[in-house]
Design a protein around this ligand. Structure first.
Ligand code: MLT
Length: 265
């Protein structure tokens, strides 16, 4: 389904029971709502599940390719308004977590609870910004499929790549279908994001933190930093998983997520 919001078109899926607690899934970069299939299936009719493609990704509009984290937060809030959801549990993975953390700073009243998966609160350092700027240039020259090839070893464990777990092929396909302009635009959005660390102490909703034990991009140490600063938060390290812990070990991930969601009802 498509929502016309903030002068763009945002694609989303809606499933489960609309009278139950709404759970909004935000994917990481440069993926799409499709990464959440196994989680949505596990939540079944016990929840009202929304998964959307943030600006430029998946089936959402690419537009001019000029994005910001602030704009992604505006879109999240506008999507909640469009769907007439006052408050939701937000589940954000990686860049989806960056969006969730910034939204928690700006619009805490829209949150019932939050799950922060394979993410961090710190902004990019100078080296990361240079890397993103270079990647934004090269994806426009070399295309999304080449970008996908280079990206896989950063997000999956060696074992997942060697054994070609189903998620690997899916992620390759999702990235390859995204527009190079949109990949570049979202790299620049991440490079320019604000640091949300100072406001972690103000988070007043139940918080679940999940991280793959082998995550090299947003490490278990980053996750522990989140846990140390968010009052009452619960952290689980996902075994046999790297950055895409929901795809690499969906059984463990789903069990912890469901436990958390039922505890916040
Ligand atoms: C993501 O998975 O969303 C990104 O890889 C995060 C990042 O590059 O900082």
């Amino acid at each position: 389904m498509k929502a016309q919001i903030n002068d763009t078109e945002i694609f989303y899926t809606e499933s489960g029971d609309p009278t139950k607690t709404s759970v909004v899934f935000i994917h990481g970069f440069p993926f799409s709502h499709a990464i959440w299939q196994k989680q949505i299936k596990a939540l079944g009719d016990d929840f009202h599940c929304i998964a959307y493609d943030f600006r430029g990704m998946g089936e959402s509009c690419v537009g001019d390719g000029q994005y910001s984290l602030e704009g992604h937060v505006d879109d999240l809030v506008a999507l909640l308004d469009f769907l007439q959801i006052d408050q939701a549990v937000i589940v954000g993975l990686s860049m989806g977590g960056y969006i969730a953390l910034r939204a928690l700073q700006r619009n805490p009243e829209r949150f019932l609870a939050v799950a922060l998966c394979d993410t961090r609160s710190e902004e990019d350092d100078n080296a990361a910004r240079i890397k993103r700027a270079n990647a934004a240039q090269s994806v426009k020259k070399e295309g999304a499929a080449a970008f996908a090839e280079g990206f896989l070893p950063a997000v999956f464990s060696e074992a997942s790549i060697t054994n070609n777990v189903p998620g690997v092929g899916m992620i390759k396909q999702i990235i390859s279908k995204n527009a190079p302009l949109a990949i570049a635009g979202n790299l620049i959005a991440m490079a320019a994001r604000t640091d949300t660390t100072a406001s972690l102490k103000d988070i007043a909703v139940p918080t679940l933190i999940l991280v793959g034990e082998k995550d090299k991009l947003t490490t278990p140490e980053d996750a522990r930093n989140l846990q140390n600063q968010i009052k009452g938060s619960v952290l689980h390290v996902v075994p046999d998983a790297a950055h895409l812990s929901n795809l690499e070990n969906p059984e463990f991930f789903n069990a912890r997520l469901l436990e958390f969601l039922h505890s916040t009802k």
